[in-house]
Design a protein around this ligand. Structure first.
Ligand SMILES: [Zn+2]
Length: 369
């Protein structure tokens, strides 16, 4: 059966819409388009309900409850909550109907963080739901102050959750992180149970395959591109849709006893990896290691400009020194080799995408496989 690429969906949008639906009234959604132009897809009610059901189950696996009669939730995701040029708190709004505190992801700066923490303490949510990067900024700030803000569970999604982020978030909020994985195209969903051994692929939602560059299945345990088929969206059924995400199916079943198969924790976006001249692909997880001992780094971002140059943007924290800078450069150089220059740039602030999402590694070089 042939595959379906983003390009086909973009170019043959109306042919892919079912005749049963009217293009003027059907519900639509967009991918955030961090890799270029965003993609639009149509949804039927069934897939919207199924999506909510998967999220509801993820909340339950975290021993929390979603919705009107559910738990108090603080949400820090991509929505623009307050004007972007606002200079004073409140950087949040309330959704009383759903018991939510909605916090802006676009105003997280050293000056504003104390106000965020005060508001979170006052609201006292049972659940915190956000992007790994934004949750990490809050957690790191608490850690710097030597404080904790106990919450029942943290839910993260939409970006790769790195181990260093998970550790700091769990420490500062005194609870476990449950990471879930979906896509705006609504073709796949994967959720983490309380055994924390990986992500359960929700097979009721869609069929997920792991393939190589020729779209042939990769062996179990090997990393491959995720190709997914929706089982619910009758408005625009996407069959063998090629995502930008990569992960591996796990050999072992989960210790929790649930029958849904497991995939690896890290679902890496293809463009989040470095491609080297000798053909090696360096995954972002590998690049986290040189940062681990350097607690004086507040935030960072890695940009591969070309086959010859990687720029590392570093927001220095208290006590950051030239020796730290050298140690970092050396540690990264060791991992990428001598064919490519690693340049450390000291900056005051890192930029977020329009969607509010943050990419820790950006490669401007064509992906190697
Ligand atoms: Zn499990």
């Amino acid at each position: 059966m042939p595959i379906l690429t983003k390009e086909i969906v973009r170019n043959q949008f109306s042919e892919l819409l079912s005749d049963e639906y009217d293009i003027r009234t059907v519900a639509r959604g967009n991918t955030s388009g961090t890799t270029g132009s965003p993609l639009e897809v149509c949804y039927d009610d069934g897939v919207n309900h199924m999506n909510y059901a998967m999220l509801d189950r993820q909340y339950r696996w975290a021993d929390t409850e979603l919705g009107k009669f559910g738990d108090r939730v603080a949400v820090i995701r991509g929505n623009v909550i307050v004007p972007l040029d606002q200079k004073k708190p409140p950087y949040w709004r309330y959704n009383y109907l759903h018991r939510q505190l909605l916090l802006s992801s676009f105003h997280l700066s050293a000056d504003n963080l104390p106000a965020y923490i005060d508001e979170l303490s006052r609201f006292s949510p049972r659940v915190l739901d956000g992007y790994p990067s934004t949750l990490y900024v809050l957690a790191k700030h608490l850690k710097n102050r030597g404080e904790q803000l106990p919450i029942h569970a943290v839910l993260s999604s939409s970006e790769t959750l790195y181990d260093f982020q998970r550790e700091t978030i769990e420490e500062s909020f005194g609870c476990k992180v449950f990471d879930y994985f979906g896509a705006a195209e609504r073709v796949l969903f994967a959720a983490e149970c309380d055994a924390h051994t990986g992500h359960h692929i929700c097979e009721e939602y869609g069929i997920t395959e792991f393939v190589d560059r020729d779209f042939e299945p990769v062996p179990v345990g090997e990393i491959g591109t995720m190709v997914a088929t929706s089982l619910h969206n009758l408005a625009m059924p996407l069959i063998r849709y090629v995502t930008n995400d990569m992960s591996a199916l796990k050999r072992e079943a989960c210790t929790c006893g649930r029958g849904l198969p497991l995939m690896d924790d890290v679902a890496t976006k293809a463009e989040d990896s470095l491609t080297l001249r000798d053909g090696r692909i360096i995954s972002p997880s590998v690049l986290t290691h040189p940062f681990k001992p350097l607690t004086t780094i507040e935030e960072s971002q890695i940009v591969q400009e070309s086959m010859d140059l990687v720029i590392v943007r570093v927001v220095p924290g208290v006590g950051f020194s030239d020796a730290d800078k050298c140690q970092l450069a050396h540690g990264l150089q060791e991992r990428v080799g001598d064919d490519i220059e690693v340049h450390i740039d000291i900056v005051q602030k890192l930029e977020r995408a329009k969607s509010g999402k943050f990419k820790w590694v950006i490669s401007k070089v064509e992906f190697g496989i």
